[in-house]
Structure formats: structure tokens, C-alpha cells
Design a protein around this ligand. Structure first.
Ligand code: KG4
Length: 341
């Protein structure tokens, strides 16, 4: 029988302080996420310095709660995984320092996890039987890519945004619509009541990549021009048309990627993977015979269980962190090539 591997993971790349314990990369024993949203919404977005200070204040309590809920002690843990990039440098440093100290104190190996790879692994927690290869639509606050997941450790980035990430576009549109931070979920709620009345320019570039900065400008111009002409604009219609435009391009490229690679499974990852329209459009692909994986809503946003899952596969490979590990705020997904506009 395969030996049981228990990973304790720490995640602090942005405004969530998180710690989780996961068995064999796929079974969550605990997953504690302490969000700082209530603090940052006073400022309309994440304030990096405040985020770092709050991580320092709560990380020890979050770690203790994760062990308690999992019913384990550090002695039961095989390795400690930590997000070391991408993210806010000060915020990342808190988690990296904490994990390094833990690893040193208890003599357990340290595994340095790329946050973006962690998002992809959220799928293994919802679908314990899922194995590569598959196509993953990666849609977070900082990334928008279509990834061919060839193996647990081998990715090809088939398309990505050349400017804003789709999550960023949701947040910026929320702001111009006067919705509070974090904007993505609020735009999602609003778009459900709207009609697709505006045709915004496609986010697809001729070279196969995406561009979201033009869509955000188009929304601003539509609102501005409409108001100048004294037209009554229903914000829900704007939210709906924006969502349809932002998502339809992603679905089109995802479908093309499935066809060109011959993959039969498609997954979504990242915060925007919680969006109701993206989930609906991806679900429709099952009618064409594809297996569609939609991680639980609680696993789409930042959490440490996904970091533990990624850490498990790295642990099996003996891929351990150096003792002088530090944060890498601009870390990319391996396989991601520089953009050609
Ligand atoms: O993956 P994530 O939690 O953070 C990064 O690792 O980047 O993604 C956060 C992003 C934010 O831009 C947030 O507004 C967006 O995901 N988001 C959504 C929804 N829920 C979160 N966007 C659209 N619809 C949602 N339901």
C-alpha cells in the first residue's frame, strides 16, 4: 500500500492568510482561510503594507487552527509547502519566513510552491480521480492563460493575456460601476439581472492571445458617452455585456485548444473560475463529450489546500526548497513564453 503523505501548507501571497493540511495531495484535512477583505475594502483595493502587517498578526493562529482541525501535530506532517510567488513581496515574505522557521524547527523538508501552479491543483481536491493531461483555463486576479497540463509538472501555455488579467478587468469594471471591492463577485451578481445589449470589441488578438485593457476602456466610454447624451443606462446590462465579452473569448480559445491538442478534459482555475457565466459556458462543453472540471467555489480563490496539493507532487519528486528560499513576486508559470503583440 502507498505510504500516506501529509503536507502542511502556508499561503499569504495577497490578502488571505491561509494554512491547510492535505493527505496524499487530494484529501483536505483542514483548510483555514482568514480573509482581510473587510480591512482592504475601506481603501477600494489591497494595500500591500497593511496586508503584510495583518499576515504577521494572524499567521500563527491560522497555522494552529489548521493543525487542530486536521487533528494532527507537526510530527505527523511529512513536509511544509509554502507559496513563494507570484504575489505581493511583503505578503509573500511573511509566509516564506514562517514556513522556513517551521521547517528548520521541526526538521521537515520545505517545498516552494508557485501560486499559479497551486491554482491548477485545486482541481485535484475537487476531483480526486483527475489526472493530466487536460486543458486548464487559468483565470485569476493576476493571470489569464490557457494551459495544456501535460503532466503534474509539465505545462505548455497556449495563450495568455498581453495586458490586464481577466480578474483585474472585472475589478476595474466594478469600480467604474460604483461597486465595492472585491468587484468580481459583485459584477457577477449584477450581470445575472442584466441583458446583453452592448457589443464590446472582442478580447481575442489575431496572434491567439488576449487583451483586456481595451474592454475596460470600452465599458468606461460607453458609460461616459451614454451619460453625456442623457441616456438611461442600466448598470446590470453593462455588467452582462462585459461578462459575456470577457468570457466568450476565453471559451472560444479553450475550445480551440481542446481541438488542437486532442485533450478530452477541461478544467478551470483561479478566482474568476467562481464566475457563474464562465461555469455555465464551460459546463456546456460536456454536451460535446468533454469532461468538465469546475473546482468547488471555496477552492477557486486563494487558499492553502491547493498549495498543499501542488506541494505533494513536488514532495514525491524530491523537489525541495533551498535553505535560502526567498519570495519571487513576479514568478510566472513555467512554460509561459514572453508575449509577442
Ligand atoms: O485567484 P484569485 O483569488 O487571486 C489571484 O491569485 O490572483 O483571483 C481573484 C480575482 C479577483 O479579481 C476577483 O474579483 C475575481 O477573482 N473573482 C471573480 C469572481 N470571484 C472572484 N470574478 C468574476 N466573477 C466572480 N464570481
Amino acid at each position: 500500500m502507498q505510504k500516506e503523505v501529509i503536507i502542511l501548507a502556508i499561503e499569504s501571497s495577497c490578502d488571505e492568510t491561509a494554512c491547510a493540511v492535505v493527505r496524499n495531495g487530494r484529501e483536505i484535512m483542514s483548510n483555514i482561510v482568514l480573509s482581510q477583505i473587510d480591512i482592504h475594502k475601506l481603501y477600494g483595493g489591497v494595500v500591500p503594507e497593511i496586508a503584510s502587517r495583518n499576515h504577521v498578526e494572524v499567521i500563527d493562529a491560522v497555522y494552529r487552527e489548521a493543525l487542530k482541525e486536521a487533528g494532527v501535530t507537526l510530527d505527523d506532517v511529512d513536509a511544509i509547502a509554502v507559496t513563494y510567488g507570484a504575489g505581493l513581496v511583503g505578503a509573500l515574505m511573511v509566509g516564506v519566513s514562517f514556513a522556513k522557521a517551521l521547517s528548520r524547527a521541526c526538521g521537515k523538508p520545505l517545498v516552494a510552491v508557485n501560486h499559479i501552479e497551486g491554482h491548477i491543483c485545486a482541481n485535484y481536491l475537487t476531483y480526486p480521480d483527475l489526472e493530466p493531461p487536460y486543458i486548464c483555463l487559468l483565470t485569476s486576479g493576476g493571470n489569464t492563460s490557457i494551459v495544456d497540463v501535460k503532466d503534474y509538472d509539465n505545462y505548455d501555455v497556449l495563450a495568455s493575456t498581453v495586458d490586464d488579467a481577466v480578474g483585474e478587468a472585472f475589478d476595474k469594471v466594478a469600480r467604474v460601476l460604483g461597486l465595492p471591492y472585491p468587484g468580481g463577485p459583485k459584477v457577477d451578481e449584477l450581470q445575472k439581472q442584466g441583458e446583453d445589449r452592448y457589443s464590446f470589441h472582442s478580447v481575442l488578438l489575431p496572434n491567439g492571445n488576449f487583451s483586456y485593457s481595451g474592454l475596460k476602456t470600452a465599458v468606461i466610454n460607453t458609460l461616459h458617452n451614454g451619460r453625456q447624451r442623457g441616456e438611461e443606462i442600466n448598470p446590470a446590462d453593462i455588467a452582462r455585456s462585459f461578462t459575456v465579452c470577457a468570457v466568450d473569448g476565453l471559451i472560444r480559445r479553450t475550445t480551440e485548444a481542446l481541438k488542437s491538442t486532442g485533450r478530452t478534459t477541461v478544467a478551470v482555475a483561479g478566482g474568476v473560475g467562481a464566475n457563474s457565466y464562465i461555469r455555465q459556458r464551460l459546463s456546456e462543453l460536456s454536451q460535446k463529450g468533454y469532461r468538465v472540471c469546475l473546482p468547488k467555489l471555496s477552492l477557486c480563490g486563494d487558499n492553502a489546500a491547493m498549495i498543499a496539493s501542488r506541494g505533494y507532487f513536488m514532495y514525491l519528486d524530491g523537489n525541495f526548497a533551498p535553505s535560502d528560499l526567498t519570495a519571487d513576486p513576479s514568478l510566472k508559470l513555467r512554460g509561459q513564453k514572453p508575449h509577442r503583440n
